[in-house]
Design a binder for this molecule. Structure first.
Ligand SMILES: *[C@@H]1O[C@H](CO)[C@@H](O)[C@H](O)[C@H]1NC(C)=O
Length: 369
């Protein structure tokens, strides 16, 4: 009797808490200042923890630092009266595939109308953060990167360049467009270029937590030794956008991708798996999703270090592992990162940004390739 009694109580209590939970999740969605802030708080528990911490430290409520309550990320609104060519269901490029097998867009010149896509994203008026690292002699690349970025990168959008450097006095003064700025983030020097690369994930994680989280909706990670040659616009924006590595985008069987192949590494991908090989020189997405991914690369490389292994292409290996099991929502063609070294083939109609020919021995602290 006694036992049955307590069983009933336990059941009642359980039912009570379950309905409380249901009520809470129902009302939380209807009360939160709709989805604009979603990228900041969305899928990651760590990020929610961080939110709470920041609330305690700074007294800032999430809803306060998110300025545009009405902004609903992912909603594709367009004004009336816009003039542009009618889209066709029959004609388009036939020399490339414009969709992945998980139905995400594969973005090439000729698969979007810049007028339409800019109009849609201008309505959201997102704040875009660009995280770059210019450590040691790499500061020499800053001027051309920013100057050409001002000409071609998300022109008309609000962009902040977060320049991580150990030589603050070498950050050039460049004339910036309206709504665009430079924030310099001091970082210590490193002795090996591999440490610079892996340190990037750590510093980017910290900068997002400290600064960017209050200042941006989208975030791009980019290599500084590049210049923009042509439009790099709103067609690149999505929850998670990754760029096909120019060296492996055509006719490379997946087992030949330079993924990490040693099972001892966290970046391990078996020979019979893989979609594409993505570059780590340009990647972007919603702030919350990028935070999660950057932190993942940081933590996985820390794990590897503990186990006395370094992934073959450092963060790029971890990035590729993540993107295999967390598919990107847009895949950008190699137009979104070509190289001055390489001949431009016929299917690359536009080189939007390109890595510079550089003398590695001269700019890297320990030489190398
Ligand atoms: C973008 O920049 C302009 C000009 O500085 C400013 O008026 C506007 O509020 C900014 N938009 C956002 C979303 O911060």
């Amino acid at each position: 009797m006694q036992r049955n009694f307590s069983k009933t109580h336990v059941l009642l209590a359980a039912a009570f808490f379950v309905s409380l939970g249901l009520l809470y999740s129902y009302f939380r969605d209807s009360f939160s200042p709709i989805s604009f802030c979603q990228p900041c708080i969305q899928p990651d528990n760590d990020f929610n923890e961080l939110e709470k911490e920041m609330e305690q430290i700074k007294g800032i409520k999430h809803s306060e630092h998110c300025k545009k309550d009405s902004w609903k990320i992912g909603e594709l609104l367009m004004q009336s009266g816009l003039k542009y060519a009618q889209p066709s269901t029959q004609t388009g490029r036939t020399d490339i595939n414009a969709v992945t097998n998980w139905n995400a867009p594969l973005v090439w010149e000729g698969t979007f109308d810049p007028v339409v896509i800019d109009a849609i994203y201008k309505k959201m008026d997102p704040r875009v953060a660009v995280v770059v690292f210019a450590v040691g002699k790499y500061t020499r690349f800053l001027k051309a990167f920013i100057e050409t970025g001002e000409k071609f990168f998300l022109v008309g959008f609000n962009v902040t360049y977060y320049i991580h450097t150990d030589r603050e006095n070498e950050v050039p003064k460049v004339a910036l467009g309206k709504g665009r700025k430079i924030t310099t983030v001091p970082v210590p020097s490193a002795n090996r270029w591999q440490d610079v690369v892996l340190g990037r994930m750590k510093w980017a994680t910290l900068t997002i937590e400290k600064t960017i989280r209050n200042e941006a909706d989208y975030l791009f990670m980019m290599d500084i030794d590049s210049v923009f040659y042509s439009r790099f616009g709103a067609e690149s924006l999505s929850r998670l956008s990754a760029v096909l590595h120019r060296g492996y985008y055509k006719n490379t069987p997946r087992e030949k991708f330079p993924y990490e192949r040693r099972p001892e590494s966290k970046a391990y991908i078996p020979a019979e798996e893989g979609d594409y090989y993505y570059t780590a020189a340009v990647w972007g997405g919603y702030l919350g999703d990028m935070y999660k991914l950057v932190k993942y690369c940081y933590e996985m490389s820390e794990e590897d270090t503990k186990n006395k292994i370094e992934a073959v292409w450092q963060e790029e290996s971890h990035l590729n592992k993540y993107l295999l099991y967390n598919k990107p929502t847009k895949v950008l063609s190699p137009e979104y990162l070509w190289s001055d070294y390489d001949k431009v083939p016929a299917d690359i109609k536009v080189v939007r940004i390109s890595q510079l020919v550089k003398n590695y021995a001269e700019v890297r602290p320990n030489g190398g390739n």
